[in-house]
Design a protein around this ligand. Sequence first.
Ligand code: T1G
Length: 696
Amino acid sequence: MSSSSSVASLSVEGDIGVVTLNSPPVNALSQAVRAGILENVNKAVADPAVKAIVLICEGRTFIAGADITEFGKPRKDPPLSEAQDAIENSPKPVVAAIHGTALGGGFEVALCCHYRVAVPSAKCGLPEVKLGLLPGAGGTQRLPRIVGVERALDLLTSGQHVPAPKCLEMGLVDEIVPEGELRAGAIAFARRVLAEKRPLRKVRDTDEKMVAARGKPEIFADFRKANARKFRGFQAPENNIRCVEAAVNLPFDEGMKAERKLFEELMSGTQSAAQRYVFFAEREVWKIPDVPADTPVVAVKKVGMVGAGTMGGGIAMNFANVGIPVTLVETRPEALERGLKVVRRNYENTAKRGRLTNEQVEQRMGLLTGSLELESLADCDLVIEAVFENMEIKQDIFAKLDRIVKPGAILATNTSALNINEIGRAVKRPEGIVGMHFFSPANVMRLLEVVRGDTTSKTAIATAMQVGKKVGKIAALSGVCPGFIGNRILAARTRQAQAMLLEGAMPWDIDKVLYEFGLPMGPFAMSDLAGLDIGWSKETSKRATVREALCEMDRRGQKTGAGYYDYDESRKASPSPVTEKLVHEFMAAAGNKPREITEQEILERCVYAMINEGAKILDEGIAIRASDIDIVWINGYGWPVYRGGPMFYADTVGLQTVVSKLEEYGERMGAADSAISPLLARLAKDGKRLQDVKNG
Ligand code: T1G
């Protein structure tokens, strides 16, 4: 337990008192840091030699926020507000000296200083909304007073980090000081404030931007409307907006009270608990118990891509985006040409949206080389295969790669379900075989499942994880099983959705429930989007399911204007009488009488089947920890982050409830899903949680 004296100090340089914080890793506002600020600012104020004060941090960053590890625990004095009041009410000017990322409560402390200086690489922000919260230390009241209402609404509900030069433009900082000279620059600035007799400027007293917005409720109505889709299901954005409304319409201290109330509402809710859990889950997912951080890795300077289709092209873009050259190999010139054309079109569309310059497009395209020969991959450090999902084809390719590619290189497969151990058996370097399962579209989706085979070496795993981080993915390690983590859980949900189709629920009934739960779309809308004919072929079709029947009717999803739904020319979906008739036909053939299926049953059978499958995945050691499973479903399938993932959600509902509902549905769940995971049953009985389970 740190003491205030161990994390904060005061040194006097001439007439400037420098309060220095040093609480690794990010100078978070723990109890000791809060006490340290309070003690040392008061000491500086009391010291007659001190005419002005600088608040600065050692280490990688200025204060990066409240100490999230303290959340949910009994609050300890001093409250942050006391430290902030000491700063804001100081009779001597206080200058915040910012480097790294001044975030959340850290930036709220800086906003209580009379002035702020920063180095060019610094960033400031109020990202509490990402934790399902709002800036609870005056940020929602001070920020709009500096940047105005519209900008404040955008910054608070996006949580974005604003680079220092932009902060200067917006008036959030007063001066940029040279990189590496923050301390000297801040002291010199403080001395100028004294010499120029600048006022003790308090943000709380600047009201003109609030007055300008008063009586214009349309500012808020328009903002809510423009962001309705993005904020759907979230509580925190709305509470942030209400705080800004309070800042406009109430005196500062009343606004602070409103902020406190709206903050407590979020802090005590499940959404913030979920989003704080995900914050730590995103950091845990990289830690593999038996693959330590210092495991040797292969330096990946050149990548080979076997297959330049949708996946191959998308995967290649990830590497070009970070300056790593890729050679893409296809079997036919027209396939290669088509693949590179799709990549170029993707980049040009991004450039049209102003998110890339034309020269960046050319620079990235310049990193992509097409080839018809596997031999051109000989000197690659990493080769990723993304061809047709057929084991024989893959084994043949890997046997050739084994002979061609230099020793020590990692040979990865993007397979979404096949057993990579069988691929390992086709090569003389089984230790170098690893799965790298990207999610489509691979240049957009953040998730990467790294699949560990029986013979995959620790170096191969560490390299794949490091490559994932380098290209901006969030990587989760999976063992080998059909569908790995994400698709195996998806299969459980699909089983229940398809089964309920034959019991009386229509596709749109099921989709509605899951959409309202917070998923981007339901299973049937998702199938229509992806295409119903994935894995289907006219030759072998047996019209055994509604899906096959739809494919045979050439209703293959959005791309044919009809699938489970009918689509108009702007691809707006509507329930289809054709599908309804087909469902009734298949129900009759199954000997089922349609029955009323409640929305609750639809939700529980879909989601509890997912939870049950996740518990099996955990119990089999396919996933290291429950939160890895949650990371997979949030980043690969759009599970609403404010529900924390299927495992966290199960703990929120209560495992006893999940188990008893699964038992209640029993045989109706079908063989696979009515078999309750022994781990789930045991945890439920012992009153324990899935999120506390960790393998290895
Ligand atoms: N509290 C406690 N620990 C934190 C932390 C925090 N705020 N931020 C980071 N850490 C830990 C993190 O768990 C990891 O630990 C290590 O620091 C490095 O982090 C009152 C209520 C600052 C941009 O939301 O965005 O203020 O794994 O791996 O990639 O209104 O951390 O090493 O043991 O992420 O360089 C608002 C959250 C809080 C900022 C650095 N602040 N942090 O990123 O390193 S709420 C935030 C970040 C609040 C007030 C409200 C990032 C970073 P370990 P890292 P990084």
